[in-house]
Ligand binder design. Sequence first.
Ligand code: SF4
Ligand code: ZN
Length: 268
Amino acid sequence: MSEQLEKKVMETLKKIKLSKKDKILVAVSGGGDSSVTAYLLKKFGYNIEGIHINLGVGDYSKKCMNSAKKLCQQLGVKLPVYDLKKEQGKTMKDFWREVGEKKKLNNCAVCGVMKKWILNKEARKLKVKSIATGHNLDDETETFLLNVLKGSLGLSSKTGIITKNTKDKKFIPRIKPLFYIHKKDIMAYARKNKLDFVDGICPYREDSYRIEIRKFLSTLSNKEKENLMKNAEHVLKKIKKENSKIQYCQLCGEPSRKNICKKCGLMR
Ligand code: SF4
Ligand code: ZN
């Protein structure tokens, strides 16, 4: 099982065509997916550095940070910590309360936008070539179906093992080495290799629509989910988003599809 997983990830990395010399920033959250991502990239000889975002949400954040630190120590990988409270003056709980309520957005929507914005900015500072995240096949299938059901298929048009929205220098490509791997297999691999990670679901997860889709997907076999995503990739390649031109946010200067980026849009 472990060998099969490693082989699949290796094949994905080959398709991404990463150079082993180029520095990759791994977003190490302390959870199983990102721990396996960091572990495998290191094992395969890639040049990685970690980053952990401390959301400042009590015990859960402390546990995640400890696990991320322990893992990176074991791997001999640097792990700068981006402390949301220090950098932005607010914890994620403050953002959820203020922004989430005002804009009627769930915790995950706010958290996701913030994390993407932070990662791109920090990756540029650290002069890395790409950002690796722990997204797995189940996450990707959920997102794809979610976009289809919401009538926003275009939002999935950039999905895949690499998100290279643009050739813009300010946008750092994001890669997903675990794109074709099932969540259950990742967790089994993490346990087998005794990796440090926080087991279980984030207690602040709040995305009821996604949870419903997850329930539906749990009725499908692994093969059916794989087929769904293979077909999705095929179809999505053909979709060219007309509005995919990148500009810079008028407020923070980060790359954005609109004149105000998603993160600044939340703060207004
Ligand atoms: Fe943030 Fe949602 Fe992930 Fe929890 S599950 S860390 S709230 S995006
Ligand atoms: Zn902005």
